[in-house]
Design a binder for this molecule. Sequence first.
Ligand SMILES: *Cc1c(COP(=O)(O)O)cnc(C)c1O
Length: 224
Amino acid sequence: MEVDVAKNLKTVLQALPKQVQLVAISKYHPVEYIEAAYAEGQRVFGESHEQELKQKVATLPKDIKWHFIGHLQTNKVKYIAPYISMIESVDSLKLLKEIDKQATKHDRTIQVLLELHVAEEETKSGLSFDACRALLDEGEWRQLNHVQICGIMMMATNTDDAVKIAQEFDAAWHFFDEIKQQYFANDDAFCQRSWGMSHDYQIAVQHGSTMVRVGTNIFGPRVY
Ligand SMILES: *Cc1c(COP(=O)(O)O)cnc(C)c1O
């Protein structure tokens, strides 16, 4: 292995406050790298493609908790519904309903995060703050008994401007507090703020993150 996964993982974990959960983003990396992190005790991994995830799930230990972090088409939900632990990238009611439907078929509850669009980049998916409010106001989500909305996920703009990144995290944090109070005040499960990646997780943990998604800093650059 060219990358010292164990050493990198330790470095990242040491930089995290105890209450912040690490999702090791293993997309495009071989199973050997995941096994190396697993051997160090890491159990939560994130992937963004259904096919790739399926192959990895088949060979890796069953006590891994898999998070889906990429854009998810509704017609792909049925493939991951039997085993996925959390889907962090829910950006429509349609997708939420499909996850509920497929989870029901497998008699399980799937945890989800609502993905917000905060970054400037056009291509990044997610709900605007207003679209997220509208989804929650509409209310149908309350009838979905096989999804558990656990919080929000977002990506900051890809920039070296630490002030700007911090402002975006703070805006998301403020929004989290708003919807927590308005819709989830009595729901302890709604508690996760998933933000922070390799280049900005140290800023993220100072600005409200409870869950960071780190790939490159653990596994090295991805080979596409
Ligand atoms: C790939 C990816 C990450 C990890 O990015 P790194 O820069 O490699 O840490 C985090 N979140 C999402 C949504 C991703 O797609």
